[in-house]
Design a binder for this molecule. Sequence first.
Ligand code: NAD
Length: 422
Amino acid sequence: MDFYKNTLGNMQKAAGIMHLDSEVLEALSHPQKTLMVSLPVRMDDGTLKVFEGFRVQHSELRGPFKGGIRYFPEVNLDEVKALATEMSFKCAVVGIPYGGGKGGIKCDTKKMSEGELERMTRKYVQATYQIVGPEHDIPAPDMYTNGQIMAWFMDEYSRLVNKYQPGVVTGKPIEVGGSLGRDTATAQGGVYVLEEYLNTLDEKDRKTDYKVVVQGFGNAGQHAADILHNLGYTIVGVSDSKGGLYNEKGMDPQAIMKTKKEKGSVIESSEGKAVKPHEILEVPCDILVLAAMENQVTEENMKNIKARIMLELANGPTSGDADEYLSKNGVVIIPDILANAGGVTVSYFEWLQNQQAYYWPLEEVKMKLKRIMQESFARVHHFQEEYKCTMRQAAYISAFDRLEKAMKLRGSGANLRCKIYR
Ligand code: NAD
């Protein structure tokens, strides 16, 4: 199923369960603004290449638009709309004062030099700087974007507005206004939520040795594997875009990270045996951490999933059909808008530190993140008990509850401005 339709489907299901005012659902089913840009870039060989870029601003009901930028060959407008919509819900689930946005450029970073990436990033800023800004729309890294790209973004934006503006993006390196703990925040936040969920189980349902598979070994997946390994979980499988690595006895994520850095993929590691990328989702395990991309668990493979718990660090990794089937069969899915919200939460901390020009120690970041993730889980758990629904539906209900209140308090003009630019 299409990612955007899936997101709208999740919203509709939750709205039906909580009997949401239909106007609130209608307003939030459309992004406020959609920008598409063409980015002409001089390549290293002297030729001119035009890249397609997007920025979708879904809702600013609860604060400035907030959401990452992904550089990916298949990125498209519907995908960015889905991701922007999810951001509005994610920020509402964790109660941070942001709306939702997302951006992307259709490109293959693996085939581009550093100079080409920098020129393309600066073109993207030139094309979007009038609609972004610390009080308007604050991008961050996502798939195949990183701290270096955020540093170029901040530099170009500051140049264009003639003012040092570190708060225009988050996920920056520490040296240019980044926050301690941002690199591990998505994974750490997900682990806090996972442990809160496990704490709700009866003693008889709790295991001492959970076997974990992590799909995707980038920012979110690597740190998740490492944090879980250090807590005593057994990492039996990992994967990246080239393939999977499996060892039922357990593997050391640090050793796999070292090999991936040196040789480009987890499959080169001697920690386990290589398997095909899709096979890693189907190996025996208790917890499946989805940390790659959308639409990974679908109608095609849902019957082969062995995990009893799925932690969605990626956005939209489970299709609507698979979600329904697995939930009916007792698989607990900790949904993306809750599970991976640690990333945007520490982005919010970074932005606060930029606004104050005062930087916090790591312990303070971790303590504040833990409190927000635990409180957000408790609120979702409360709605799950009240409405007897899945955790995904409860997370959407938790977000709708805050979004609806904001919309009604702000009045009928709020969130009803939809424009298409080209
Ligand atoms: P990343 O670019 O750092 O890593 C992506 C990883 O996924 C890479 O290891 C890549 O090889 C792997 N991958 C790509 N296609 C794959 C496939 N078909 N099978 C297995 N592995 C595959 O990206 P990231 O920042 O870690 O983001 C991963 C997911 O987490 C995305 O859905 C992103 O939107 C979501 N997310 C990330 C953050 C964050 O702070 N980084 C926050 C919230 C959500």
